[in-house]
Design a protein around this ligand. Structure first.
Ligand code: SF4
Length: 186
C-alpha cells in the first residue's frame, strides 16, 4: 500500500501540536479554503506516492520526537493509509494529532459509510478540526489558524459521541508562541 505525500516527513516541529513532533504532509485536499498556505497540496494527483513500509522505516529512525502529526492536504482523504501509519507509530509510543478540514461531526457522519474514517479517527488522540476561515484568522489560537477551528480530545469525544474540546489549548499563547505560529495554517 502507498500513501500520497506532499513532502518528506518533517521532524522537530513545535507548531503542529504539543511538544516536538514529526509532521506527515498528506497530498490532496477537497476543501480549498480561501487563504490556505498550502494550495500546492490540493491536487490529488500531485506530490508523490510513497510505500507505507518506507514511511514506517522513517518513523523507526526518528529521535527526540514526542508524537506524529498528520497534516496536509486532507489526511482523512487517505484514511486507510493514515490509520496504518498512526497505529504503527502508536505501537512505538508516539501520540497522534491530526488536522482536518472536516469537522468532528462531519467525520462521524462520513464514518457511518466509510469504516476506514473511523479506523483512523480511533487512532488519533487530538484532532484539530474545521476549515481555515480567513475572516476568523487569528495569531492567538494555539496550533490553529482561525478561531472556528477546535482542538478536540478524540477519545473522550468518541465516547461521548460529541466533540469535547481540550481546554488546556484554549489559553492565549505567549508573545513568542504567537511569533512561532505566524503563517501556520491548516
Ligand atoms: S487550509 Fe487545510 S483544509 Fe483548507 S484547503 Fe488548505 S490544506 Fe485544505
Amino acid at each position: 500500500m502507498t500513501i500520497r505525500l506532499a513532502a518528506y516527513l518533517q521532524s522537530d516541529s513545535i507548531v503542529d501540536g504539543e511538544g516536538i513532533r514529526t509532521v506527515i504532509w498528506t497530498q490532496g485536499c477537497p476543501h480549498h479554503c480561501l487563504g490556505c498556505h498550502n494550495p500546492e497540496t490540493w491536487d490529488f494527483a500531485g506530490g508523490a506516492e510513497v510505500p507505507i513500509s518506507e514511511v514506517k522505516e522513517i518513523i523507526d529512525g526518528l529521535e527526540g520526537q514526542d508524537g506524529l502529526t498528520f497534516s496536509g492536504g486532507e489526511p482523512f482523504m487517505q484514511p486507510k493509509q493514515c490509520a496504518e501509519i498512526a497505529k504503527y507509530a502508536k505501537s512505538l509510543g508516539y501520540n497522534i494529532w491530526s488536522y482536518s478540514g472536516f469537522t468532528f461531526e462531519q467525520l462521524l457522519s462520513l464514518g457511518k459509510t466509510k469504516k476506514e474514517i473511523m479506523d483512523f479517527l480511533n487512532e488519533v488522540d487530538v484532532l484539530v478540526d474545521g476549515k481555515f476561515e480567513l475572516s476568523k484568522k487569528s495569531y492567538n489560537c494555539l496550533f490553529r489558524g482561525s478561531t472556528n477551528q477546535r482542538i478536540i480530545d478524540v477519545k473522550k469525544s468518541l465516547k461521548a459521541r460529541k466533540a469535547i474540546i481540550d481546554d488546556k489549548y484554549e489559553k492565549v499563547p505567549s508573545k513568542n508562541g504567537r511569533k512561532r505560529q505566524e503563517g501556520v495554517y491548516i
